[in-house]
Design a protein around this ligand. Structure first.
Ligand SMILES: N[C@@H](Cc1ccc(O)cc1)C(=O)O
Length: 515
């Protein structure tokens, strides 16, 4: 953490990107737009609310109960306590906690929404959120309990609670009472003004934060799956002409064309390999650009959906201080993120499935064009007792099945809830959590596929069926880099630690793949 301390992301100025959120998640600091116009806009919103409260006396969520309870009038003397109650009755999250990194991403996405300047919050609230980011204090946020359409009310109540010094936070790797950490660092809890509890909680910031993190991992996996396809093609002595430029010129999906180009470049060799026995490789090789391309071609519109949600005022009501209007609507609804995450998890699970099929071919002497059974590297009298990657391939099948199982769309499981006020909801947070799970499983499949395809290439080299000079520069570098961490499997050994290391390497984006 805090390796990004020199790099402050400015909120309340320009549109933020997925990368900005991921940078904050990984330790970058945050700053509020210092220009007076920004501060004035924020103040106009909160002053307008104050005035409205005095003059008219009825504001939804300020002088009324929440949601279906909007018909309940709140007496003047209880108005100030209302936000506190909102944060507290939503303190019912369950399931695993978001990680420290994910919690930081949530702070960033909520700050981005509130700095749109139409939520009626004070500068003090925005500053407190910024302080949490910059002091690396991450609210403890349980993952479960949001239907994603009244906003991520329950998980965001944990952000609101942290700002007022309640509940718990993660600080320096420990789970601590917020009040204790604040006292240690000399941070004063803020008091929530009318509407501020709602403004903090009534939006899509949890699902959007998770979507930003998922997007970057997906982007990397598309590249890594392309690299593995090239490695498997070499190891299978497959046909490089399946990735021909002229072939892809007649199918004008730009992402698919790009993936074909990546694989083509990776396969560039002085003597292009050609499998004369089998003119057309099986689909998991031949159609890899079509499978990975479906993901690659989805990325631009997924980015657009995620970034539009990120840069939105996902709140209700909207407080338009400039025109002195209170706009009632449903901007807490996470339909776009739900659709984006349901789509992304399906595209990613297809990558797991593709690699699973490639690995199934690679291990099987009926299909692998002369590689040893299960890629066993043992050649001496011990060979009969060696089973090489047999169990790893079974693992790949298990991880793939589990990834595919998680692709059930979440958005179609809307439940009418909260006395039928929230009678259609997005389930976007569930979709985003599914997507992260699918990513984790697919990264495991990818790690195993990387180590196995490297082993297969090493076997071809050892069998003198290819020479290093026949590998493209990129593939040679990749194999060498993998060799630094993962030793050739000549005798059976437990591979768990190496697989875990490889998953970590993938998540750290260790290899720069295609520029
Ligand atoms: N999302 C609701 C507000 C709400 C808040 C808390 C609840 O428990 C229920 C509803 C709205 O803006 O209309």
């Amino acid at each position: 953490m805090n390796t990004y301390s020199n790099h402050a992301i400015v909120f309340g100025n320009e549109r933020l990107s997925i990368e900005d959120v991921v940078d904050i998640a990984n330790g970058a600091s945050a700053a509020l737009n210092p220009e007076p116009q920004f501060q004035e806009k924020i103040q106009r919103g909160s002053l307008f609310l104050d005035r409205l409260l005095q003059e008219e006396g009825v504001i939804y969520g300020v002088t009324t109960g929440y949601g279906d309870s909007c018909t309940v009038a709140i007496p003047q003397e209880l108005v100030n306590d209302l936000p506190l109650h909102l944060t507290r009755f939503h303190g019912c999250g369950l399931g695993d906690d978001l990680t420290h990194q994910q919690s930081r991403a949530v702070l960033a996405t909520r700050l981005c929404s509130l700095t749109q300047g139409v939520s009626g919050v004070s500068m003090a609230l925005l500053e407190q959120l910024t302080t949490l980011i910059n002091q690396d204090i991450a609210p403890r946020i349980p993952q479960e309990g949001s239907v994603g359409a009244s906003g991520d009310l329950t998980p965001l109540s944990y952000v609101a609670s942290a700002l007022i010094g309640e509940r718990e936070v993660f600080y320096k790797g420990e789970r601590r009472r917020t009040a204790e950490v604040f006292q240690e660092l000399g941070i004063s809890p803020i008091q929530l003004r009318p509407k501020e509890g709602l403004a903090l909680m009534n939006g899509t910031s949890v699902m959007t934060a998770l979507a930003c993190l998922a997007f970057k991992r997906a982007e990397y996996l598309a590249q890594l799956a392309s690299r593995i396809t090239a490695m498997v093609s070499v190891a299978m002595q497959g046909n490089s002409f399946h990735f021909d430029e002229a072939l892809f010129a007649v199918k004008p999906h730009p992402g698919q064309q790009l993936v074909a180009r990546w694989i083509r470049d990776d396969l560039q060799a002085s003597v292009p390999p050609r499998n004369s026995d089998r003119l057309q490789d099986r689909y998991s090789l031949r159609c890899a650009p079509h499978v990975i391309g479906a993901l690659q071609d989805s990325l631009p519109w997924l980015r657009q959906m995620i970034e539009n949600e990120l840069n939105s005022a996902n709140d209700n009501p909207i407080i338009d201080g400039d025109n002195e209007r209170v706009l009632h609507g449903g901007h807490f609804y996470g339909g776009h993120i739900a659709m984006a995450m349901d789509t992304l998890k399906t595209a990613i699970a297809n990558i797991a499935d593709l690699l699973d099929r490639q690995m199934a071919q690679l291990m099987d002497t009926k299909y692998n064009n002369g590689l040893p059974r299960n890629l066993s590297g043992s050649t001496d009298h011990q060979a009969p007792i060696n089973h090489g990657f047999k169990a790893v391939q079974i693992g790949i099948s298990a991880w793939t099945a589990e990834a595919l199982k998680h692709t059930m769309p979440a958005s179609v499981f809307s439940r009418s809830t909260e006395c039928h006020n929230q009678d259609k909801v997005s389930m976007g947070t569930i979709a985003a959590r599914d997507c992260l799970r699918v990513l984790q499983l697919t990264e495991q499949v990818t790690a195993a596929s990387l180590i196995a395809s490297k082993q297969a290439i090493e076997i071809r080299l050892k069998q003198n069926e290819i020479e290093e000079g026949q590998l493209s520069h990129a593939l040679l570098l990749m194999v060498r880099s993998l060799q630094e961490s993962f030793e050739f499997v000549s005798e059976d050994r437990p591979l768990e630690d190496e697989l875990r290391q490889c998953v970590t390497d993938i998540q750290a984006e260790k290899w720069t793949l295609y520029l």
